[in-house]
Design a protein around this ligand. Structure first.
Ligand SMILES: *Cc1c(COP(=O)(O)O)cnc(C)c1O
Length: 742
């Protein structure tokens, strides 16, 4: 590497002692501080309202978008012309007049027109009728940031290929860490003593972030075992024979003398800090990297690692994830050579939240059999039900488990749910305080978000709750040192003195600087607190609850809707007359407009309690339809109910290609509660609520509505949820006609 400071990244964790920082890094950092620190930076609170942040379902803000995109193009053209302005051109006016050039342009125009035409058969994500997957309109600053960044086509794999966007990625990483509850000291403030600094970076999506999180957890799990072996065998490391680590039962012990099982279950921060502890003994980082190389699982591979260093622990590693977990987890297990069987699926309760009793019994069994546990995944907003797992309880359970010598990482998969924490953050706060929301996040959910910062790593997808275009996922680590576990450049070693770039951490190689620019500009305009994203998502939460009210009380002679999330009276198994009274109360919410409902909830605490208790933990509603037979009774045949829901889904999706999307009245998505995954108790209970007879191996199909549109309840034409309700009824009737029911 050259000694030119422009190729050196200035981004060093702020706890790197000056003395360890090579001079060229110091110079690079100074240069960057002077040139870039001032105008960049993500602090402060949001100004304005969500209506100014989107293009809008009818492209209402199209002039604004055109103006800003044009300014991005003009500015970029200026950049090109301004770089060595005297350099000659090849594309002269004579060249542009040539036939070949003209043909090329004509072809380009025609093909663009064709593509634009084809694209009109796309899923209409920005419509109010789009209630399917977890995406909607994108925020304008993200579109503009992505577009502007794309013109520059920077590659964040290496800082020298992306001097500006690498910096943006670091700032976004810090901002996301704060949003999720990790403490990042404000600019110029010292870190809290004894508290590790977090670190976050952008990935293409949540899948890649989850894979990386498990990769880091796996490597850290075995790091102490490899270091023990290295200290025992490498003479130059003999000084480290006195190195001590903390034990769960209290006190310290010499690492070289510990048994494998104990080493596999050490404190994660202690393990992540081992390379640093070794360099503190005076072992130069480069040498350490070389010496540990022959012992790291990263190098020798899991199979040889077990053969050579794990003779007294033979069970292969596993991790725990709830039945609701995303399919990226089995993928991660496969990629890491653990095998899909390494994912031990945990039951969920009737609200689709991780069942801690099952986790506890699983851990007891694993401890007894001495099976290394890499991690337990808590889903913070499941993909199909937006259920928030009991993270606080899981943390407490790990505390108890540690007392028995079993430790593991806790990963929060907040790919979908991470941005909802903005609803609890005071505007403009750089700190980790969580206050009272203005609306409708249940006490239970708030308690889980309050402890999110205690998870060891967190996945969050700006491309979901952040309304930012792909590719934009992210992974945040509670302790920045954890990322070193996955860097191939210097396995397990503290090499931050020479950290070249954000690009050496993570699964990807080349990655778009434009993604960082998109997230950065979005976060700059729309702060991740109550004034910005919390404002948007709070409105979505309100809308989702209003939609719940409508669907739960939908009154049709031919079919009935069963909401996956039960109401208070249903939960308490109250008699029919009380259920009917509750229904009537809920229908009153439907009939009021927003102003009326707000006034009502403000004046009537009982009504407010009922309203806020309805629906899911966030903004996804799962529900199944069942139909009435000609004698007026509910159908009891599960297969027939499934066929009905499936047919409704065909009318409410692009699952079958269409020549024209304009006859699509409503877009939902669908899934199935499989007994194999969710367990029989869960599936049978839902079947019974639906009115069908449970069948041993048969899953229950359901429909999913995701509310990411903050304004559906308030349009020029009134509450648009009425249109959505009518569209669902129409689709259901068409499906029943097709199937010959009634
Ligand atoms: C969407 C999602 C993922 C995967 O994210 P991608 O960006 O689609 O790769 C992982 N976990 C959860 C909970 C998700 O909702």
């Amino acid at each position: 590497m050259s000694d030119d400071v422009s190729t050196v990244s200035p981004y060093l964790p702020s706890d790197v002692p000056e003395a360890l920082m090579p001079a060229r890094h110091k110079r690079a950092r100074e240069k960057w501080d002077q040139e870039l620190r001032g105008p960049l930076g993500l602090e402060g609170s949001t100004r304005g309202v969500p209506e100014a942040w989107f293009l809008g379902p009818k492209a209402e803000n199209v002039d604004l978008l055109k103006e800003l995109i044009m300014s991005a193009i003009d500015s970029h053209a200026e950049f090109r012309r301004g770089f060595h302005p005297d350099d000659p051109t090849h594309i002269t006016s004579a060249m542009r007049a040539s036939t070949g050039f003209q043909e090329g342009v004509a072809r380009l125009r025609a093909d663009v027109a064709e593509l634009l035409d084809k694209l009109k058969l796309s899923a209409p994500f920005a419509s109010m009728r789009y209630q399917g997957h977890m995406l909607w309109d994108q925020v304008l600053p993200a579109t503009i940031g992505l577009f502007a960044g794309m013109l520059y086509n920077q590659n964040n794999v290496a800082a020298e290929a992306s001097p500006v966007t690498t910096r943006l990625e670091i700032e976004v990483g810090n901002d996301l860490c704060r949003m999720l509850g990790y403490y990042v000291p404000p600019e110029g403030k010292a870190p809290k003593p004894g508290k590790p600094l977090p670190w976050g970076h952008i990935t293409s999506g949540g899948t890649v972030a989850n894979v990386e999180a498990l990769w880091a957890a796996r490597n850290l799990k075995f790091a102490a075992v490899s270091i023990r072996q290295a200290i025992r065998e490498v003479p130059a490391l003999s000084e480290a024979k006195g190195l001590e680590v903390p034990l769960w039962q209290g006190g310290m012990a010499r690492l070289v003398e510990l048994d494998t099982w104990t080493l596999l279950n050490l404190d994660i921060d202690a393990v992540a800090g081992l390379p640093r502890a070794l360099t503190d003994l005076g072992i130069p980082p480069d040498m350490l990297t070389r010496m540990l190389g022959a012992y790291s699982v990263q190098n020798v591979g899991l199979i040889n690692f077990y053969r050579s260093f794990m003779r007294d622990v033979q069970e292969t590693p596993v991790f725990l994830a709830p039945a609701t977990s995303h399919y990226s987890w089995p993928k991660a297990a496969t990629l890491l050579g653990l095998g899909q069987n390494a994912v031990i699926i945990q039951r969920v309760d009737r609200d689709a939240r991780l069942d801690l009793e099952h986790v506890e019994s699983t851990l007891i069994d694993l401890l007894r059999r001495r099976v290394p546990v890499l991690a337990t995944v808590a889903v913070i907003g499941s993909t199909e039900e937006s259920a928030v797992d009991p993270l606080a309880g899981l943390l407490a359970l790990r505390e108890r488990s540690r007392a028995h010598g079993l430790n593991f990482a806790i990963h929060a998969d907040a790919a979908w749910g991470g941005y909802f924490r903005c609803m609890l953050r005071e505007a403009g706060s750089a700190d980790e305080d969580v206050g009272v929301p203005t609306l409708a996040m249940s006490d239970y959910v708030q308690r889980q978000y309050a402890v999110l910062g205690k998870a060891d790593s967190i996945t969050v997808d700006p491309h979901k709750g952040g309304y930012i275009p792909y590719p934009a996922g992210a992974l945040c680590y509670r302790n920045a040192a954890m990322r070193d576990a996955i860097s191939l450049q210097a396995p397990v070693v503290f090499h931050s003195q020479a950290e070249p770039t954000v690009g050496i951490y993570g699964v990807e190689g080349s990655k778009p600087g434009s993604a960082a620019a998109a997230v950065w500009l979005a976060h700059r305009v729309i702060r991740p607190d109550r004034s910005g994203y919390g404002h948007i998502l709070g409105q979505c939460m309100w809308t989702s609850k209003r939609l719940f009210c409508r669907l739960h009380t939908l009154d049709d002679t031919r079919f009935r809707v069963t909401m996956f999330n039960a109401t208070p009276a249903e939960r308490a198994r109250r008699p029919d007359d009380e259920l009917a009274a509750e229904r009537a109360a809920i229908r009153q919410f439907v009939n009021a407009d927003n102003v009326g409902l707000e006034a009502r909830l403000g004046a009537d605490p009982e009504a407010k309690r009922l309203f806020t208790s309805l629906g899911s933990d966030q903004v996804i509603l799962a529900f199944s339809l069942n139909f009435r037979t000609p004698d007026g009774r509910m159908n009891t045949d599960l297969a027939k109910a499934n066929a009905f829901n499936d047919r409704v889904f065909q009318y409410c999706s692009l699952i079958e290609p269409r020549a024209d999307v304009s006859d699509l009245d409503l877009v939902l998505t669908s899934s199935r509660f499989e007994p194999r995954v969710y367990g029989h108790q869960f599936v049978d209970a839902f079947s019974r609520r639906l009115g069908v007879i449970p069948q041993a191996e048969l899953g229950v199909d359901f429909l999913i509505s995701t509310t990411m549109d903050p304004w559906t309840t308030e349009t020029e034409g009134g509450d648009f949820l009425a249109v959505i309700e009518a569209a669902l009824i129409r689709a259901a009737h068409r499906a029943l006609d097709d199937l010959g029911h009634g």
